[in-house]
Design a protein around this ligand. Structure first.
Ligand code: SF4
Ligand code: SF3
Length: 544
């Protein structure tokens, strides 16, 4: 069976995974994910045609967001769960089609039948990425699709906290439907790409409001990276409501909870500080989980991406998933009708297992989201005016396995002492444990939080522009050297482009889904560039 996927930075040969994903996704899962996206486009077409108000179909919107999230790199490897989701989406679609006077002239995506698994796979072979023959149109359609996937992830987190936005959901439906429209030209799709960035900003703002509304504004926090003696559960991914429920349910049980990867920034929120069983952060970015899960010994709960297929049966038995995450053979925990999740099976297992082995000691400091940085604004502005801070480097984004990502550690180490790194996302693990010092009490690495908290960096830049009385965000002493891996980074990139940020450097490689012409547009219109050597790049950034 063949497949075609080029949505992430680690895509095979930089052009596309065709036999099996570098991420471990097999062809069956890849093809089912393609079919799920095709079904979502068909459903969206019908929703737009019927003129249904997003606020009237909350159950459908929730499943659409979840479906999109399930196709994000390293979120869900479970073929059975994806097949189930396709059937659900087709069920919604077929119910809505009945509201149309006629189903004649509808796009195939709006009428195809699910059939058996075999038939689904057969259908997937003619509904994936390569269905669009023109490489520029394909490139733009996929750029938008990946942006929408990232946006959906952020909106789903907000939804879990009870925050919704019909406006954003309607944009997602309209855009998915538009991706089936063969009359749209490359120019139309470039415009839609910008609109996707605009809604990306709205989605990140929505999630920021949801998170800070529920858990308070992140504040400067030192997070322990050592271990205690109790049995423990490791929680990974981005969903704070899952962490909240797990902390509530482990309270007083003698079981500690450690964060992994992108869950680290949870420690920065005031609301989580009251849990004495929130022990610290264990390990590093997602791709190091193979060895780190071995030494952790206890159960691991994945709330979202990034799952790396476990190498041993022993570890697989300790992995649990929830939300959009999934892995075959691992227990998946669903919420009840009120959204409550029962994690007792994980807690029971934790009690039977050994406590984690320590892999490092000390602390890391974070919590520099917009509110905290703006509280330090006077100090920051003064440091810029006196020249104590020469430049800020936004180094947000993702981490990944490629050796070439050592560039980011070296880049951080070699930056002059009068520069500050602003970070968010798991990219931070490349330099957040280095001893880079501070400038007049301001740490040289300011961690705003998860990848979605890149929004904070945009808020900070906008505020600084105002304070310095500048008419253009690009006149600020801020350089952008962003690392990307999956589709949440794509929506962050589109959001920054929408906000007018120019000359973003993207690495360690440029996306394989950019056709030469689309790449040219991004270079000419926005000054997007790749990375070079550390020396050349630092010189280039400082000369601007
Ligand atoms: Fe390949 Fe990335 Fe797609 Fe996985 S998500 S199949 S590694 S392009
Ligand atoms: Fe990381 Fe997967 Fe993107 Fe949220 S956890 S930034 S890669």
């Amino acid at each position: 069976m063949n497949m075609f996927c080029y949505q992430c930075q680690e895509t095979a040969k930089g052009t596309g995974c065709t036999i099996r994903g570098v991420c471990g996704k097999n062809a069956e899962v890849a093809n089912l994910q393609d079919l799920l996206i095709y079904a979502l486009k068909g459903l969206s077409k019908i929703i737009v045609k019927v003129g249904t108000d997003a606020s009237d179909i909350k159950d459908i919107s929730g499943e659409v967001l979840r479906s999109l999230f399930m196709t994000i790199t390293n979120a869900n490897f479970d073929d059975v769960a994806i097949e189930k989701q396709i059937r659900k989406i087709i069920g919604f679609r077929d119910k809505l089609v009945k509201e149309l006077p006629s189903s004649a002239d509808l796009h195939d995506a709006a009428i195809f039948k699910a059939g058996t698994r075999e038939e689904m796979l057969d259908k997937a072979s003619s509904s994936g990425v390569l269905l669009t023959a023109d490489e520029d149109i394909r490139s733009l359609r996929e750029l938008i699709t990946y942006g929408i996937k990232g946006m959906a992830a952020y909106v789903e987190h907000a939804l879990n906290i009870g925050r919704n936005s019909s406006e954003i959901i309607e944009f997602i439906f309209d855009t998915l439907a538009a991706l089936l429209d063969d009359s749209l030209t490359a120019d139309d799709l470039v415009a839609l790409t910008m609109r996707t960035g605009e809604y990306g900003v709205k989605a990140m703002a929505l999630l920021d409001e949801a998170n800070t509304g529920r858990y308070g504004n992140p504040e400067i926090t030192e997070v322990d990276i050592g271990v205690r003696k109790n049995p423990a559960i490791l929680i990974s991914g981005h969903d704070l409501t899952d962490l909240e429920q797990l902390l509530e349910q482990t309270k007083g049980t003698g079981v500690d909870v450690y964060t992994h990867g992108e869950m680290l920034p949870a420690h920065y929120y005031p609301a989580f500080k009251k849990y004495t069983n929130l022990a610290g952060n264990y390990g590093n970015a997602w791709w190091k989980q193979i060895t780190e899960f071995e030494s952790f010994h206890g159960p691991v709960l994945f709330t979202t991406n990034c799952i790396v297929p476990p190498k041993s049966e022993e570890v697989r038995k300790r992995i649990f998933t929830t939300g959009s995450a999934g892995f075959p053979g691992c227990v998946h925990i669903e919420p009840d009708n009120s959204g409550k999740k029962d994690f007792s099976v994980i807690i029971r297992l934790a009690r039977e297992l050994a406590p984690p082995d320590g892999i490092e000691t000390g602390t890391i400091t974070g919590g520099f989201a917009h509110n905290q940085v703006l509280a330090l604004a006077d100090k920051v502005v003064e440091a810029v005016k006196t020249g104590a801070i020469r430049k800020f480097f936004v180094m947000a984004g993702c981490d990944g396995r490629m050796k070439s990502r050592e560039y980011y550690t070296e880049f951080a180490e070699r930056l002059p002492q009068d520069t500050i790194i602003l970070t968010a996302g798991c990219a931070k693990y490349r330099y957040n444990k280095l001893k880079l010092g501070d400038i007049g009490g301001i740490p040289r690495v300011l961690d705003a939080g998860q990848c979605n908290d890149s929004y904070s960096l945009a808020v900070i830049a906008t505020k600084l522009k105002e304070v310095f009385g500048l008419d253009d965000i690009n006149k600020l002493p801020i350089a952008y050297n962003i690392a990307w891996y999956e589709q949440k980074a794509v929506i962050v990139l589109l959001a920054l482009l929408y906000l007018g940020v120019k000359n973003i450097h993207l690495g360690p490689t440029l996306p394989g889904f950019l056709s030469p012409n689309v790449g040219k547009i991004l270079i000419e219109k926005f000054g997007i560039a790749g990375i070079g050597t550390v020396e050349e790049d630092i010189e280039l950034f400082l000369s601007k």
